[in-house]
Design a protein around this ligand. Structure first.
Ligand SMILES: Cc1cc2nc3c(=O)[nH]c(=O)nc-3n(C[C@H](O)[C@H](O)[C@H](O)COP(=O)(O)OP(=O)(O)OC[C@H]3O[C@@H](n4cnc5c(N)ncnc54)[C@H](O)[C@@H]3O)c2cc1C
Length: 389
């Protein structure tokens, strides 16, 4: 089969260089960082030093102006370390949050914020979800009220990736409580971590992805300059929906990479582990399970590569990326489930990498728009929309 267009020779050589970097500067520390439940700043700075954060960013702001393929490789290879939270943290920064700053911040703010995003001195997060509002984002309750040259923010956000480590957060807030439709009252505002009234309340204990922090945040009469508003007032929901395509694409990339590396582990264990005088993979039930998963992994790769190529070509991938996000993240979970089973008791032991894979991939069907929300979007494209929202 022809190679996808985004995988150029340069992008493939970049993969080799990036793997070498990971082996030398990241892999030796992964167990320590996982146990500490935090990716330390030294990781971000090392990534930044080598140009691996926001590689697509304009060189004027410290990036390399690299094609999208480079971001795909970074996401895949971080996931292939077997510590998937690492990929989540970097994607939230490089591929999800910083694009809002580039597209929507004023020139002065860009000059202030962006160079640090490339070096790792400024780590970013995005705050949409609240304790009472997740999928139905238009109903968010955090408010920002304009007073003179400032926005005064009040409210709470939860489940925020990089929430503790970040220096800057793009916050979705309600700026017009009286808007005729709830989503029209939403705006995006940047809050820097040292702003009085911004309280990083606590790091949440998660099922998996321990290596990266997820936090609960409070905003109590938190004042930021009016220049911290991103784009136009009341357009925040529209900006979020437009950018979620890229976010869902990156989760699809992460899910596929996870499925591939977990399948490899399952296959190699199935060939080596012996029971009743044979390898456990030679029992037909196990072999068929692994054949089914291998088929899905292959199908996933083909579909994903075609969606990436369409994205790079500037096509609207809204429908296909919703399909990719739900199907690939569910598929990665099926692979992880079977991988644990094929490992028997060892698969349930935390010291075995498949045990971590199993809990790490579990978040993928939930975040970036849950898989049910993906199906809701797709149902509408099939003329099966409900009457809600
Ligand atoms: C590890 C992790 C990291 C995260 N990082 C971030 C982050 O950085 N920033 C951020 O803002 N958020 C983040 N989130 C939050 C995540 O985006 C939300 O959890 C997700 O959108 C679901 O919202 P909810 O948890 O409120 O679930 P709810 O909206 O309460 O939904 C509960 C269940 O009902 C289903 N459901 C809801 N509505 C429908 C419907 N109409 N039809 C069918 N089923 C429906 C959902 O799919 C889900 O299964 C993160 C979450 C996790 C787990």
């Amino acid at each position: 089969m022809a190679k996808p267009a985004y995988l150029t020779t340069e992008v493939e050589s970049f993969r080799t260089a990036f793997r070498r970097f990971l082996q030398a500067e990241v892999v030796p520390h992964l167990e320590t960082w996982e146990a500490a439940e935090r990716t330390p700043r030294e990781f971000w700075l090392a990534m930044g030093r080598h140009g691996y954060l926001c590689p697509w960013l304009d060189p004027a702001f410290g990036g390399s102006g690299a094609e999208f393929g480079y971001s795909v490789i970074i996401c895949e290879e971080l996931g292939r370390t077997g510590f998937m939270g690492l990929q989540t943290g970097v994607s939230v920064h490089s591929d999800i949050t910083v694009p809002y700053l580039v597209q929507l911040a004023g020139e002065e703010e860009k000059r202030r914020w962006l160079p640090g995003c490339a070096t790792g001195e400024t780590v970013t997060a995005i705050g949409m979800t609240e304790p009472e509002v997740g999928s139905d984002l238009a109903q968010l309750r955090a408010t920002a009220v304009r007073e003179g040259d400032e926005w005064v923010i009040n409210g709470q956000k939860t489940f925020i990736s990089n929430g503790i480590e970040s220096d800057l957060i793009v916050l979705a807030v309600r700026t017009d409580a009286g808007a005729d439709q709830a989503h029209r009252g939403v705006s995006l505002i940047v809050v820097e971590s040292d702003t009085p009234g911004y309280v990083k309340s606590r790091q949440l204990k998660k099922l998996g992805q321990h290596i990266q922090d997820t936090a609960e945040l409070f905003f109590e009469d938190c004042r930021v300059p009016v220049g911290n508003l991103l784009g136009a007032e009341g357009q925040g929901f529209r900006y979020l929906m437009a950018n979620l395509q890229r976010e869902r694409l990156m989760i699809s990339v992460a899910a596929q990479a996870a499925a591939e590396q977990v399948l490899e582990k399952a296959l190699s264990y199935a060939r080596e582990r012996r029971a009743f005088g044979k390898s456990v993979g030679s029992f037909q039930h196990n072999a068929f399970k692994l054949v089914e998963r291998a088929t899905e992994v292959e199908l996933g790769r083909t579909f994903l590569d075609s969606v990436i190529d369409e994205y790079v070509a500037g096509e609207d991938i809204g429908r296909k990326v919703s399909m990719a996000k739900w199907w690939l993240s569910d598929m990665a979970n099926r692979v992880a489930y079977d991988a644990v089973q094929i490992h028997g008791g060892y698969g349930y032991m935390a010291e075995y990498p498949v045990a971590r894979d199993y809990v790490d991939v579990r978040a993928m069907p939930i975040y970036a728009g849950s898989n049910e929300i993906m199906k809701r979007i797709l149902a509408r494209t099939l003329g099966l929309g409900d009457d809600e929202a």
